[in-house]
Design a protein around this ligand. Structure first.
Ligand SMILES: Cc1ncc(COP(=O)(O)O)c(C=O)c1O
Length: 476
């Protein structure tokens, strides 16, 4: 088998590359796979943040002048592993709790490898039949597991930033169309007014999406929030006409959920469009124990979420879902004489991109191998670990600043200076990794449990490190 593969020596051309090239390619791919296996096996015991000396070497060892001629690919992989791997963040391991960054399930990495070898341009069915059809299957499964309207349209995009952009583009299309304005053709100059309502603690990606869509980041009506960052539904403005209202399921800091039911009701009375930013919180709907937190979002019009966060597929993968498929297509549709279309769903009509990698394959692999029960377990386990963190930190005398409803914990170690020093030292020390934020005007350490790989032992080891680092900071 291997001997029939194309040569890759020097990458010049199959004709000039020499004899017995297939073995060489197979050897290279095996080498890369073996190095990847060693990397992932080592990640569980490794320090979480990379040694700064390794980071300092990346550009020194892998940079330099643009090569004038070829480099042996095996040597390239060896160098990439030798100097690149130690400079990575161990975010695939069990003790990374920074930002909201998921690990990747081994099965999804394997599926991703195969799909990368397929190298399918998943914008058009005729160019990529297997992956285009698999994406359709995966989208159907996503609607099922998140229990959202089954006839919705959707697409795989780079992340929740792109999903928010795409969902809001569909909203802009639909609402302006209702007012007799074709925004895709006519642009926004002279368009009817389209108010946008957001919660006072909406994620930064909503504002960037609004900016990119010409709806303006500062033009929004901000609704007051409660102590957990939740939009207060009773404070929604009394708008007369159509509007877009953005709600959040899973505040990036506290994990709190905006009250979807009352917002949807408010929107229905006004012909408004409800867009849901559910980057990670929407996955509560995949569980029995926490689905109630996101109850009512099924009444919304568009939903944005991530697979690279809680579903633990490799970066990058976001998902946009839109109740009215034609609104999504109206906003994202494209075409050209050379783009040969089929009667079935063409991904290029539903995403901002034309050419794109087969992101849905890894989502398909995650859902296929975990099943409903496995996804629920992944989410519920993360929440239990977060609850353990909160309980133990409180017992150690620290302040847990949020109601821990899902996987997010906010901690103060005393005053802001101490909290910031604990975060800095903890990151440098390497047992675990937590990032920082400001919560209601105060410094906070964020713990986000988003990895299948986190064990109870990881949690206890991390807690010990937090207590130790706090002692060191206060002693200093
Ligand atoms: C609520 C929320 N929305 C959007 C995003 C952006 O997601 P991404 O980084 O995948 O674009 C995040 C990221 O943490 C988030 O928590």
């Amino acid at each position: 088998m291997a001997a029939q593969l194309h040569p890759l020596t020097a990458g010049i051309s199959p004709e000039t590359a020499g004899a017995a090239p297939g073995d060489e390619l197979a050897g290279l791919w095996r080498q890369a796979a073996e190095r990847a296996i060693a990397y992932r096996n080592g990640i569980l015991d490794r320090r979480v943040s990379p040694d700064p000396r390794a980071v300092a070497q990346v550009v020194e060892r892998l940079g330099g002048a643009l090569p004038e001629g070829p480099t042996d690919p095996a040597r390239m992989i060896e160098d990439l592993d030798r100097y690149g791997s130690p400079a990575t963040m161990a975010s695939t391991g069990g003790r990374f709790f920074g930002f909201v960054i998921g690990s990747s399930l081994p099965a999804t990495v394997a599926a991703g490898w195969l799909a990368t070898a397929w190298d399918q341009n998943t914008g058009l069915l005729v160019a990529a039949p297997a992956t285009t059809l698999l994406e359709q299957v995966a989208l159907g499964w996503i609607l099922e597991i998140l229990d959202l309207p089954r006839a919705s349209g959707g697409a795989f995009v780079t992340g929740c930033q792109a999903a928010n952009f795409t969902g809001l583009a569909a909203a802009r299309h639909a609402l302006l169309k209702r007012m007799g304005w074709d925004v895709e053709s006519q642009g926004l100059f002279g368009a009817p007014e389209l108010p946008v309502v957001v919660g006072g603690d909406a994620h930064s990606t909503i504002f960037k999406a609004l900016a990119m869509l010409g709806l303006g980041r500062d033009r929004v009506i901000r609704v007051p929030i409660d102590s957990q960052g939740r939009l207060r539904a009773e404070a929604l403005p009394d708008l007369p006409g159509p509007a877009i209202v953005c709600i959040q399921q899973g505040n990036v800091n506290s994990g709190a959920f905006d009250p979807a039911g009352p917002v949807v009701e408010w929107a229905r009375a006004r012909n408004a469009w409800v867009h849901v930013d559910g980057a990670f919180g929407l996955w509560a709907r995949a569980t029995r124990s926490r689905a109630h937190l996101a109850q009512g979002v099924e009444g919304a019009d568009s939903w944005a979420t991530d697979a690279h966060k809680w579903l633990n597929v490799p970066y990058d993968c976001g998902i946009v879902l839109v109740r009215d498929k034609s609104a999504l297509r109206g906003a994202m549709g494209t075409g050209a004489a050379y783009l040969q279309e089929s009667p079935v769903r063409e991904p290029m009509h539903y995403t901002p991109e034309l050419s794109r990698r087969a992101r849905g394959v890894e989502v398909w692999a995650a859902l296929k191998t975990l099943g409903r029960a496995g996804v629920a377990d992944l989410v519920e386990r993360s929440c239990r670990h977060a609850a353990r963190f909160a309980k133990a930190l409180r017992e150690s005398g620290f302040e847990v600043m949020n109601d821990v409803v899902i996987n997010q914990v906010l901690v103060s170690f005393g005053n802001d200076a101490v909290t910031r020093s604990v975060i800095e030292r903890l990151q440098a020390e390497g047992t675990c990794f937590c990032s920082g934020t400001e919560w209601q005007g105060r410094a906070a350490m964020r713990i986000s449990v988003s990895s299948w790989a986190t064990t109870a032992e990881d949690v206890e080891r991390s807690l010990e490190a937090m207590r130790r680092v706090h002692r060191e900071v206060t002693a200093a």
